[in-house]
Design a protein around this ligand. Structure first.
Ligand code: KIV
Ligand code: ZN
Length: 522
């Protein structure tokens, strides 16, 4: 009996299908380059997710390359590419994963009347044929085929059951029923799974999967309802990123299952101690900090402010804590290393924090760490993580910040002189602005020869104190393309310059590998 069959017959294991690199990456400001996707995929491997959806190979050259590189690099989890039911999509998806040790393809087409009529301009028979045809074609080359009925939660059940039956007959091994628009409520979404498992011929041969969007804040609740009705795969993203209000949050659904195993009796294979490092890594890469009140990984998730709570926790932690921070891999944020720490201790700490030390220039990172120790009295885990991510960012950039001088006084307009290295050549320019950051940005725009709109700019002190590392994230838009940039430094103006340079590098690489228009991308 293969894994799929065994699991569909009442096992208490649920698979975690991570779509951070596909559905997550699709949301504005969350784009990642190939190196960043690889770093995240390696972290997903450490997290021990079962499946990684690495991208949508046919959507762009960049996506094809990312899926292909992730497929070659990742050994544990299955690696999938998304695909529409078109022949060129299926072929691209198959090719993108052909070097994987555990390849798979994820084919989808909408089954709701509203999508058929207004988006696809197809009738029900056409959709049934397209779905069966695409699965049959893929099955000739690959065994592992997931099929999704897009907008399942607004589809007519009887018709959808027919589509599911046909694609199972054609060789699909997993059937996903997405709540594409985040419209379902738990009881209703659960009932849909119960109905399909009862009415679809061959239902017992496949894994049933839930894929929920969070428009009504119900993605995790809906996913749990699906599990309660026989689903054995959950599609989710780190920090819940994704289209609109996001996808089901990996950390929330995994910890809900772990914490309430007494009630649900379901387990995942996720190494929960890698949850926090995964959340931090993603947030560093896309430059979107996690809200403080976000369950599981937010800064306040384990903070107790009220006197009664503090008193209770001091007497016995479980009075107010239902999970242990150490189970999620949350560093205690105490002083970890200082100026007398050696290289060995530094590398060890990086490993404990979930950093892939093979992907980091350790000499340079250690030198930066020592420089930080000279500037800061105490160096926290988060400082170290920010520093290493900053280091990785710079080594892959074509535009580098070489020098920056700024002056500001209450009587003069702020002025900056910036030197950048662009493709190995140094260029300097000066700029004036409303403040030092603005002056510095004007100088950078002059050298780079672009002037994108600055849509968002945010500063965050990573750890406490006036000597803390500052983390700046910005979102810039040029020619219809939006990219995020991040920078970390103990000087806020410097961190701002690094963030803009990072965004310009991304903008440059996106322009070199533009997205093909894909009007019906889910
Ligand atoms: O939300 C959705 O329907 C999707 C499918 C492609 C699975 O992302
Ligand atoms: Zn989705």
């Amino acid at each position: 009996m293969d894994m799929a069959t065994a699991e569909s017959q009442g096992s208490d294991w649920v698979r975690i299908f991570d779509t951070t690199l596909r559905d997550g990456e699709q949301s504005p400001g969350c784009t990642m380059n190939v190196e960043e996707k690889l770093a995240l995929a390696r972290q997903l491997e450490r997290l021990n997710v079962d499946i990684i959806e690495a991208g949508f190979a046919a959507s762009s050259e960049g996506d094809f390359e990312s899926v292909n590189r992730v497929a070659q690099s990742v050994k544990g989890p299955l690696v999938l590419s998304l695909s529409r039911t078109r022949d060129e999509d299926v072929d691209r998806a198959l090719k993108s994963v052909d070097k994987s040790t555990r390849p798979g393809i994820h084919i989808f087409i909408a089954t709701s009347d509203i999508h058929l009529k207004y988006k696809l301009n197809m009738n029900r028979e056409d959709v049934l044929d397209a779905a069966t045809w695409a699965v049959t074609r893929a099955k000739k080359h690959l065994d592992y085929i997931e099929f999704s009925c897009e907008d399942a939660s607004r589809s007519e059940w009887e018709y959808m059951a027919k589509v599911c039956a046909e694609v199972i007959r054609a060789g699909a091994t997993v059937i996903n029923l997405p709540d594409t628009t985040g419209h379902a409520i738990p009881e209703e979404y659960g009932r849909m799974f119960a109905y399909m498992r009862e009415h679809v011929p061959g239902a017992g041969k496949v894994i049933w999967s839930a894929h929920c969007h969070n428009d009504l804040g119900l993605a995790v609740a809906n996913s749990l309802a699906a599990i309660g009705n026989g689903a054995r795969q959950i599609e989710c993203t780190i920090n819940g990123i994704g289209e609109r209000a996001g996808n089901c949050s990996m950390e929330e659904v995994v910890m809900a299952l772990k914490t309430r195993k007494d009630l649900m009796g379901i387990q995942t294979r996720v190494d929960t101690r890698q949850i926090y490092p995964s959340s931090r890594l993603l947030s560093q890469i896309i430059g979107q900090s996690v809200p403080a009140n976000k369950p599981i990984v937010g800064d306040n998730a384990f903070a107790h402010e009220a006197g009664i709570h503090q008193d209770g926790v001091l007497k016995y932690k479980l009075t107010y804590e239902i999970m242990k921070p150490e189970d999620i891999g949350i560093p205690s944020n105490k002083l970890v290393l200082g100026k007398h720490s050696g290289r060995h201790a530094f590398i060890n700490r990086l490993k404990e924090l979930g950093v892939d030390t093979d992907a980091v220039d350790l000499n340079s990172a250690f030198a930066e760490f020592k420089a930080l120790c000279d500037k800061k009295k105490v160096v926290y885990d988060d400082d170290i993580l920010a520093l290493v991510t900053e280091e990785a960012r710079r080594t892959s950039d074509e535009i580098e910040l070489v020098d920056m001088r700024c002056s500001s006084s209450s009587k003069e307009t702020p002025h900056a002189v910036v030197t950048l290295r662009v493709n190995g050549e140094e260029h300097s320019a000066d700029g004036e602005g409303d403040g030092m950051v603005d002056a510095c940005y004007q100088a950078i725009y002059k050298i780079a020869g672009v002037h994108p709109a600055l849509e968002r700019y945010a500063v965050k002190a990573i750890t406490g104190g006036t000597d803390a590392l500052g983390e700046v994230s910005c979102l810039v838009r040029d020619n219809g393309m939006t990219v995020a940039g991040q920078g970390a430094h103990s000087d806020i103006v410097m961190a701002s310059a690094l963030a803009l340079v990072n965004a310009l590098n991304r903008l440059k690489s996106r322009k070199e590998a533009p997205l093909k228009p894909t009007t019906d991308v889910p």
